[in-house]
Design a protein around this ligand. Sequence first.
Ligand code: BAL
Ligand code: ZN
Length: 876
Amino acid sequence: GQVFKLEDYRPNDYLIPETSLTFRLSPESTRVTAVLTIERRDGVAVSAPLVLDGDGLTLLRIAIDGRELAPADFLATPDLLTIVKPPATARFQLLLETELAPARNEALMGLYRSSNVYCTQCEAEGFRRITYFLDRPDILSIYTVRIEARHNEAPLLLSNGNPAGSGDLAEGWHYAVWHDPFPKPSYLFALVAGALGKLADSFTTMSGRKVELGIYVEPGKEQLAGYAMDALKRSMRWDEEAFGREYDLDVFNIVAVSDFNMGAMENKGLNIFNDKYVLADQETATDADFANIEAIIAHEYFHNWTGNRITCRDWFQLCLKEGLTVFRDHEFSADQRSRAVKRIAEVRTLRAHQFPEDQGPLAHPVRPRRYREINNFYTATVYEKGSEVVRMIRTIVGAETFRAGMDLYFERHDGQAATIEDFIKVFEDVSGRDLSQFSLWYHQAGTPNLTISSAHNPASGEFTLEIEQSVPPTPSESRKRLMHIPLAFGLVGADGKPVAWRDVEGASVEDGVIHIRKRRHMVRFSGVAERPALSLNRGFSAPVTLSVEQKADDQFFLAGHDSDAFSRWQAFNTLLTDALIAAFRQILGGEQPAFTARLTGLAGKIAGDETLEPAYRALALALPGEADIARDLGRNIDPDAIFEGRQALAIAIAAANREMFAGLYDRLADKDAFSPDAASAGRRALRNILLDYLSLLPEGAALAARHFESATNMTDRAAALTVLALRHSGSPEAVKALADFEAKYASDALVMDKWFQIQASVPGPRTVEAVRALTSHPAFSIANPNRVRSLIGTFSSANQTGFHSADGEGYRFFAETVLQVEKRNPQVAARLATALRSWRSLEPGRQAKAREALLSIANAENLSADLRDIVERTLA
Ligand code: BAL
Ligand code: ZN
């Protein structure tokens, strides 16, 4: 396939300042008439051909300035339209008529049908499946859209912008017109038509303009959109307060659909959502679902400024809108919830998804330099690491200057398609700093490592740090340049208070941050009388790994006393990780793993520490995942031994704290009416992790069964079902709970996703057969992305012992299923296939079987560009 390169960017010869679209909707035969105002750019030769993108299109009619074109005047293939000799005038009108079959569009890109609702997805390159166009983000156009449909089939007709007329037509048809005054790229175009219920509300902006808000859902589910609506209004207010950004249209609409490739999409004024991120109540949604809804509603809304008003020049700049918008939604959630808890959760996610990507064959810079299929770059690196890079800019320039930089960004680039260079420049301009070394974070792939050792000299009162940075090689980048790494730190005294120093030399240290720029720094603090405990990468100031020789005493001390909540959590998590790695080695050596009473005792202390938020305690008690341990080990992975060690540690912690955990579990029982707020969710999280521990002790299955029976909300019910299915697989209690859950929620697809997910997570080599059988369950559908992700995605990316079963059966099933999904939906298949990206870190037996499975995909006939790209890079 074709490779697209950043250095090849050049503006197109033509612009499309205005786009007028008319849709006459029908499931099998929709007519699209596009009238494009085309403008030749200044200085471009009159002879320059006009070449428009298409994807699988059928052209019915083509005319320029009212005259039909002769066959010799153009060349139309399904994927390209070339107008050999456009008119000599600088501006002309091109009319195109195409015909589509939305009902048969199973790739869910372009215009398609989801449960009888017409909807669109155009990012990244879906608009070219609707009409021929300059389908690239630097072509900004003002859209007017007329939608015609049968009234009984689609009483509701929506597009971007503001409503601009509607009425009835002959033979039971009707129409609506929408006009969006803000020039936008084609990937932000959207259309929705169907029979939907509406939850209506309004928001008055900071300048006093009233905006009509609507959330459209399957009729009868309107009340399930209440939390999303509340999150939307809080997001709108927050963006005014935190960034001075006001909403700009008269209406803001959100539509929930049940077949959607992504989580949601930020189309101007008409966000389209995967219904999983809109619909919620206590009966059907977990606390994690509520938090995700809040975050994603905010994320898509925040795109209105970071993405829509200022968009990307080309797809290499994807992180310009995504990393920045993730940063904004993280800050929003931190303000709405607990900042410390949110930060810990973000870092866990980054390490679970981005670190393995950065350390494997799919590693790429936050701003990639080449791609074959842009859909494969909606990655944890672009999104999550992209957000971390923005966070580091704020750390370096300071919060106030950061805000000034953002103001300048909006002022300077509003209405433009911008680049990462534009973004970095505003912060250089407002701060007067040189960010050129820092900008390597955008250009260089790989997770930097810092090796740090410390020494204290009581005689001279000197405390010295030796810091060495390195960035491991990544595909096509074998030699790395030195990074600017802002490392927040603290020197903690025996009383838990910060230790003062007189002077520091060796690196610039500002506001508790060491600025590492060279390969090696020797940082010397003077005037330090007593040896402090060293607290490093506070708040996770830089997305790096650390290799630190640190005494266990110091880790235990920091786990109890670090004033930085993130680092305190980190200290305990490091102790747990070290213990799990030691256990893994003991098991491989044929020994029983053993854990210190000091460690299991500390778990009990943290659980019962009433000075800490319950949500924090719950996060601290959640052991590093099997995949986290595998990532830290890095090579020769045997998932069964990892599982065994982790299970042994969980049992040791449960046994050592049995009474304390049981008492706390009882006290935390919810007595108040349900609320999805962060504090209530935190109490449920703590109680449910205590249940998980207690379930490992005798009578554990009975306890979990009681928890399941008495649950009054989905968080508790799903937690108990998880404990039963995973810890007591095959027990009568587990079998009964799974059957009861299935009977109760059989008709609720989103809740059944949890049922699929839980069963796909059951550890052990027999799960593959259970998952295979579930693909025939009436609630499962290989055509629906949520179903596929819940069952197949969970099995392959979140079940270490099941997927990586030593006989290779998990891989064989996986390869078959990926190819089945691909026939309909290449994008979802390609995403699934990334589950094997870390195959080279497995022990040799599994490695060989994983490679066979990858080769069986690579050798399949008619492989899509999406899947071929992932599989070939994974095998390279
Ligand atoms: N732009 C794709 C969906 C999102 O990141 O908001
Ligand atoms: Zn986004």
